[in-house]
Design a protein around this ligand. Structure first.
Ligand SMILES: [Zn+2]
Length: 88
């Protein structure tokens, strides 16, 4: 338990996440893929409409950045391969 928390903390302070989780799409910079120190987080983050990534300096609209990240996740999954047909 303590070990897990320490690992999480060390990852969070470095601002580097190897895997992008869908729940982080608002916080992750769609440009450099990092969760910046300046990105909107938690309840306070809900009020932030626009933010600038401290890692690469890109200014994001929160919703557009989130949409880009979701899109990127979708593309990644397509690249891996979806067995289900997209036809209709
Ligand atoms: Zn960035």
């Amino acid at each position: 338990m303590i070990k897990t928390q320490l690992e999480y903390k060390s990852i969070a302070t470095q601002g580097v996440f190897v895997e992008v989780n869908e729940s982080y799409t608002t916080q992750t910079c769609s440009c450099c893929g990092l969760i910046s120190q300046s990105s909107p987080k938690g309840r306070a983050g809900l009020r932030i409409r626009e933010w600038t990534c401290a890692e690469c300096g890109t200014t994001h609209d929160r919703d557009i950045n989130s949409a880009k990240n979701i899109l990127a996740l979708g593309h990644k999954r397509l690249a891996v391969g979806i067995t289900r047909s997209l036809g209709g």
